[in-house]
Write a protein that binds this ligand. Structure first.
Ligand code: GLY
Length: 287
């Protein structure tokens, strides 16, 4: 066991309106602090990811859980996944309604079969396993009836045992076709974690990320390069398309992020360093 740990969260890639900027910064900082508390107490990477993502799912500032964007039927329909880099175990739910915290359902699935469940099958699994269920109408935050900003959340962690984990959670794209599944719950697209290599979580237009298997490219790059270089190359691979962002931890737990969206709300913390939040790469000195 070492004294080293690190965590990054993101609160979505996209333009952050002036009136939302400081609230978004504070909410992202609160999420990284929730995960950092777990790590500082010797908790696992998986536990820290769940703590940080759950907080963002409960916060209507983010497009995840309560306050997620509405689909074409004016319903909240959620995707989320959790990956343990130590075992390559993965749990994910897609296009699910009626669950309060999809990251909790992904956590229940982590050591279970199958890896991914969608729609009513995911909802039934959640209910059977005792996850918190909720009337889908109660997941609609008042501002979502008029505001369609899409800001997926994610978290990557390196813990004191040297284990990596990654998680994502989203309501997807505003007005999406019911049943549409984005990149967020798909390993190698919206997230990945592998011990000895690193962990990644992405945000942005899911179809673009899926077509480029951007998470897989990132992890392959991390086998030979550092987090900052891999993050920049991944965004470069988009060829200027799409408002995309990625958070990355390299093999040594070193953090980085990159984006081609105008803003990307990110917060990071490491052992011995205070938690800090940034609304775009320009605010980060790379340290
Ligand atoms: N990146 C989230 C989505 O497209 O669903």
């Amino acid at each position: 066991m070492s004294e080293t740990w690190s965590i990054i969260v993101h609160g979505g890639a996209g333009l952050i309106k002036p009136e939302r900027r400081e609230a978004k910064r504070a909410a992202t900082l609160a999420a990284v602090q929730a995960g950092a508390v777990v790590l500082a107490a010797g908790g696992t990477a998986v536990e820290a990811v769940v703590a940080a993502v759950r907080l963002m799912e409960d916060d209507p500032h983010f497009n995840a859980g309560f306050g997620a964007v509405l689909n074409a039927d004016r319903r909240v329909e959620l995707d989320s996944a959790l990956m343990d880099g130590a075992t390559l175990d993965l749990g994910g739910v897609a296009a699910v309604q009626g669950v309060k915290n999809p990251i909790e359902v992904a956590h229940l699935m982590l050591r279970d079969e199958p890896v991914l469940l969608a729609g009513d099958g995911a909802r039934r699994y959640a209910a059977e396993k005792g996850a918190a269920m909720i009337d889908p109408e109660a997941m609609i935050a008042p501002h979502r009836r008029t505001d369609d900003v899409a800001d997926t959340v994610g978290c990557v962690v390196f813990d004191v045992e040297g284990n990596f984990a990654a998680g994502t959670s989203t309501g997807g794209r505003p007005g999406k076709r019911p049943g549409r599944i984005g990149d967020s719950p798909i390993p190698g697209a919206g997230l990945y974690a592998q011990n000895g290599v690193g962990a990644v979580s992405l945000s942005g237009e899911g179809e673009l990320i899926l077509r480029r298997i951007l998470g897989a490219r990132l992890v392959a790059d991390l086998e030979t390069t550092d987090a900052a270089t891999a993050a920049d190359r991944a965004i470069g691979a988009m060829g200027g398309q799409g408002g995309v962002g990625c958070i990355v931890l390299g093999a040594d737990g070193g953090p980085a992020f990159a984006h081609n969206a105008p803003d990307f709300a990110v917060a990071m913390a490491q052992a011995g360093k205070p938690a800090r939040a940034f609304l775009n790469r320009g605010e980060w000195q790379g340290d």
